[in-house]
Structures are given as C-alpha cells and as structure tokens.
Design a protein around this ligand. Structure first.
Ligand SMILES: Nc1ncnc2c1ncn2[C@@H]1O[C@H](COP(=O)(O)O)[C@@H](O)[C@H]1OP(=O)(O)O
Ligand SMILES: [Mg+2]
Length: 447
C-alpha cells in the first residue's frame, strides 16, 4: 500500500511537480483510474452478496437487497459484508483512542455496578426491589457519558436511560450521586484520561440526558447499555456494561464488561452460569475493532496495557450435534420452545445454557459457547441497538456471523431500534448457514 504512495516523482503515473504534465500522461492516468474504479465496482457487490450470508436460501433476498442499495452504500462495503479481521485488516483504521476510552469507560462503570451488586448481595435490599438496578443503570450511564463527552465532545450518544425519573426523585438522585462521585479508576493517569470526576449532581443529571440521540445512518454515534441484563443483575447471574461506536451506521468499536463471567477464556459455559454468580475472581472485558479482531482481558480497575488483551476466536465446529447453544433466561425475550425444536432438529442433545445480557455474545466469541439464538416472542417488539451493537462486532471479529432470523445483517443505522430486523442468529461463520436454515424451517409458520 505504502509503495504506491511513496513511488518516486519519475513514475509514469505521477507527473513530476516541477515539470508540467503532458496531455498524454493525463490520458494514461485517466485510463488507469477508470479501469481501477470499474474493477472495484464489479468486486464490491459480489463480495457483499457472497459473504453476507452463507445460506443458499437467503441469497435471493440479499440479491434483492443489493439491488436496492445506493451507490454510496455499495462503496461502504462493510455495512452488508462479512467483516472478519482477515478480510479488511489492511484498510481498516484502528480507532486506538476510541478503543482505549471505551474500555476504560466500561471498566470505570463496572466498578460502580459491582459496588451496587455487592450491596444487593449483602441482602440490605429486598429481592423484589428493582432500585439497585436503577441506581446502577443511571450511575454507570452518567460515568460513561462523562468520559465520552470529555474525549469526543461532538459525538452523538444513544443510551438506554433518561433522567426524568431522577428529576422527580431527590432521594434517588442523592443515592446515585453518592456512588458516582467516588467511583474512579485506581490509576490516576487513566482516570485523568476519562476527564476525572463529574462536577456535581446537576452535571450528572445533565449528562444522563446526553444519551438522547435518535441514532441514524450518519456520523459518529455511541450506543450505551449501562446494565444490560437487568434481570440477571437482580438474580445474581450475568449482566454486561455495553458500549459501541458506530460510524455511518456501521459498528467500528465495541466493548463489553462482564463482571460475573470467568476470566479464563477456555472455561466452557456451564448451565449454572445464569444464577448465583459472583464477581470475586471473575470479570472479563471483551473488545473489538472492525477489521482488527476481538480480544478479552481481565476486567481490572487500572490503566490498560495496550498489548495485554488476548485475541479470541470462536470454536471450530466439525459436528453441529456437539454445539453448545445459549439463550436468554427470560422466556419473554426469546422463545425457549422454538429453541428446543431447533436444537432437536440439529441433533443437539445438551440443554441450552441460559444467561442474561450480551455476555452471551462474548461467551460464544471466545468459544465458551457456540451459538446464540434470539427467537422473537412478540410480533411487535423491536430490538434496541444498545442491546446488540458491541456483541455483534465482537462475534463477527472472532470469526462468527450475526444475522437476524431472515438472514439479514443487523442494521444499526436506522435509529434507536433494529426496526429492520427480527431476532438474532449468531454462530461461527462456517455453520451459520446451516443453523439459519434450521431456524427458518422451525419458524417458517411465523415468518
Ligand atoms: N419482548 C422482548 N423481546 C426481546 N428482548 C426484550 C423484550 N423485552 C425486553 N427485552 C430486552 O432484552 C434485553 C435482555 O436480554 P436477555 O434476556 O438476553 O438478557 C433487555 O435489554 C431487554 O430490554 P429492557 O431493558 O428494555 O427490558
Ligand atoms: Mg439491555
């Protein structure tokens, strides 16, 4: 790549600045450029169509979709194409600062959620009282937005919570502020990178409302779910602090803090992972940058050693009958009955591992589990972008494919919800087509 930029001024394709170029050299340059543009325009749509889904049945749909793409969206191939690191590493920016801030922000917010989690575990709060999760949610969102505003003041933010409830509840506001004001990273340099503490309680409330962007297909937009898996948080199972950066509707950077997952990437999922967990000796931070793979590291409270994350990848599956499925604990979020029927058709005998939150995406990305299905229960529910953006990228950068039940890539560029998609099928790329085929067979009556 660099050779073409650094070629000497005597190159036949690059006129020397000191001598006026001839009409003939202009013509050669024009012809060369036309051939490159022509070849490029032929190759991109082909790559998009052949790699976006591995299922034969979905090719006609994708071809139909490609037919509706504008020229600009075709020239933005990653939105509809498979983006495993091997395919785009050469040309993809590394988003180093964004990745660093995203990871530190998730780490700092996780310190707060863990404090709340411990208070709850001590039994000082009634089991059915939802206020711990409310406190954790608002506090974590304020801390993350504060870090983003300090570093990227012009970026838009789509976050789950809004402050209306806080404005009318002074007690809640004070409880959250007491937590937020002294939650910081242990490393002063890292804390300074995030902009240090929030000024006062009013600034905190104001920050929470900065997450009100409508989303969309243009510009830089961060998606935050401060506590994904609130039910898991309350039952002492899995939850995740989630942050992703989208540029022009395409997820570029993702970070997922999962305080209650084992640190060890090689620990296979067990059926008890969804309840009675602890963060003692646990906690993992997943991250990914488009085109540069996904990594995991222990969820710490200090600065990040840039080299310390370990690359992760999905488990290769030779025999689908031995694959490990995971799904939501909540039957209202994903149909357990349909999942059992799909398992049976694929010859899988092990029961699905049930766990809350995007910890499912992280778990399959590192090969602790294999396949994550989210099978619609309600005809009208629209998935939210903050519930999937980070996980979608982390799985695709680990060698996986993520589509909806129709075989379409998740479309993060149309607003706060995934209104163009239904459900989720996330699996290693090599078996995704087969899994999708069976998902569609089982759900065909409802599609
Ligand atoms: N009917 C539904 N179908 C799918 N997901 C849902 C539904 N209702 C809520 N959710 C979302 O599912 C996410 C948790 O998923 P999981 O069960 O995999 O942990 C939550 O963010 C929750 O959103 P919300 O926070 O608005 O309740
Ligand atoms: Mg959520």
């Amino acid at each position: 790549m660099s050779t073409s930029h650094s070629s000497s001024s005597s190159s036949p394709h690059k006129p020397n600045r000191s001598t006026p170029s001839t009409p003939r050299s202009h013509l050669t340059l024009l012809l060369t450029l036309s051939v490159i543009v022509f070849l490029f325009s032929l190759l991109l749509p082909i790559a998009g169509i052949t790699t976006a889904s591995l299922s034969l049945s979905s090719i006609p749909r994708l071809a139909h979709k490609a037919g509706h793409l504008s020229l600009s969206s075709i020239l933005r191939p990653s939105r509809f194409s498979f983006s495993h690191s091997a395919t785009v590493t050469m040309s993809s920016p590394k988003y180093e600062k964004e990745l660093q801030i995203a990871q530190l922000a998730v780490q700092r917010a996780s310190i707060l959620t863990k404090r709340v989690f411990h208070e709850k575990a001590k039994g000082t709060v009634d089991k059915n009282d939802k206020s711990p999760v409310t406190i954790g949610d608002f506090g974590a969102q304020a801390l993350i937005i504060s870090a983003l505003q300090h570093n990227f003041p012009n970026d838009a933010i789509v976050a789950e919570e809004e402050s209306a409830k806080l404005k009318e509840d002074a007690n809640l506001r004070t409880t959250i502020w007491d937590l937020v004001k002294d939650t910081k990273l242990e490393d002063a340099a890292a804390e300074a990178l995030l902009g240090g503490p929030i000024k006062d309680v009013d600034a905190m409330v104001e920050l929470i409302d900065k997450g009100n962007s409508p989303g969309g297909s243009q510009g830089r937009i961060w998606a935050i779910d401060p506590i994904d898996g609130t039910k898991g948080f309350l039952r002492g199972g899995q939850y995740a602090v989630c942050l992703a950066l989208m540029i022009d509707g395409d997820v570029k950077v993702g970070a997922l803090g999962c305080p209650n997952l084992p640190i060890d990437d090689s620990a296979r999922l067990t059926t008890d992972i969804g309840a009675n967990q602890t963060d003692e000796g646990h906690g993992v931070l997943f991250s990914a940058v488009q085109g540069h793979g996904a990594k995991s590291r222990a969820l710490a409270t200090v600065n990040l050693d840039a080299e310390a994350g370990k690359p992760i990848s999905m488990r290769a599956i030779d025999d689908l009958t031995k694959a490990n499925f995971c799904e939501s604990v909540e039957a209202g979020h994903s149909s357990h009955g349909d999942q059992a029927a799909i398992s049976q058709k694929l010859g899988i005998t092990e029961p699905s591992v049930r766990m809350d939150s995007q910890a499912k995406y992280g778990s399959i990305a590192r090969g602790a589990g294999d396949i994550y299905l989210r099978l619609p229960v309600s005809a009208t529910y629209q998935e939210k972008i903050w519930d999937h953006a980070a996980g979608d990228l982390i799985v695709r950068e680990s060698g996986g494919q993520v589509t909806d039940i129709h075989g379409k890539r998740l479309d993060f560029g149309i607003g706060r919800t995934l209104a163009n998609n239904k459900g989720v099928v996330a699996a290693p790329a090599a078996v995704h087509g087969k899994v999708l085929e069976v998902v569609q067979e089982v759900l065909s009556a409802k599609l």
